[in-house]
Write a protein that binds this ligand. Structure first.
Ligand code: PEP
Length: 253
């Protein structure tokens, strides 16, 4: 049976009270596929969301982490700090972090290694800009990200990473990649990953699509062979919209 992960990226939204209410409402949905659902929330709401989701099967996690365990890195949060809270997931290399906060493939690679060593599942974001796609360079660009981001990571660790293909031109723009465009790139990523490791690892790895996924387009995207779910920004902020996407995945099981 096809495995999915439907992951909500709240970005810099929701205060503690609202986050707790959202988690309560999400838990109350009693999803049959709850173990294939997660929310990635602001650091300040992690404890509240984690405690409210307890026993639901729904995962939770952070949107960024530093690769060092501790030290003089003012304003940063380390892997042991996330471990202490008991997070399941952490986003790494989101395009907003690459664009606004100087995230590079080198820091992404270090973060993946630090998270994997702690048993926290990284959700690694890759994806090209509009300029790169218009120049037909998207495959070369994304292959380069995958090769650099996984450098030196052993096969069994790499197979635990969730990859999210997020074309930058589709994030928060309302402009979704067509199911065929998304499938083509997710299949390509699976091939690149299989070339670095092996076919079994490529078959097993979860590859998500992200970029203006919403209830109206989720089923068509999720039905594609190489798309194992979604990383969802805007539509993950409303419980009913997010739940509709979770249900779309459940119906494809
Ligand atoms: C995201 O931020 O990961 C994302 C896909 O955002 P949106 O769904 O709003 O495009």
């Amino acid at each position: 049976m096809k495995r999915f992960l439907i992951a909500g990226n709240w970005k810099m939204n929701k205060l503690i009270k609202e986050a707790g209410e959202f988690a309560n409402e999400l838990k109350a949905k009693n999803f049959s596929n709850a173990d294939e659902v997660a929310v990635l929330v602001p650091f300040t709401t992690l404890c509240e969301v984690g405690s409210k989701l307890e026993g639901s099967g729904i995962g939770f996690g952070a949107q960024n982490v530093h690769f060092e365990k501790s030290g003089a890195f003012t304003g940063e949060i380390s892997v042991p700090m996330l471990e202490e809270i008991g997070v399941d997931y952490c986003i790494v290399g989101h395009s907003e972090r690459r664009e606004y906060f100087g995230e590079t493939d080198e820091t992404v690679n270090k973060k993946l290694k630090a998270l994997l060593a702690a048993g926290i599942t990284p959700i690694l974001c890759v994806g090209e800009s509009l300029e790169v796609r218009e120049g037909k360079g998207e495959q070369t660009f994304v292959a380069g990200q995958i090769i650099s981001d996984f450098a030196g990571i052993p096969r069994d660790d790499a197979a635990k990473v969730v990859i999210a293909y997020e074309p930058i031109w589709a994030i928060g723009t309302g402009k979704t990649a067509t199911p065929d465009q998304a499938e083509e790139m997710c299949a390509f990523i699976r091939g690149v990953f299989g070339g670095i490791y092996d076919n079994k690892a490529a078959d097993d790895i979860l590859i998500l699509y992200g970029g203006s996924m919403k209830p109206s387009n989720a089923a068509d995207l999720l039905a594609k062979n190489d798309i194992n779910g979604g990383l969802i920004g805007g539509a993950s902020l409303k419980v009913d919209d997010f739940a509709a996407i979770v249900d779309a995945a459940a119906q494809l099981k």
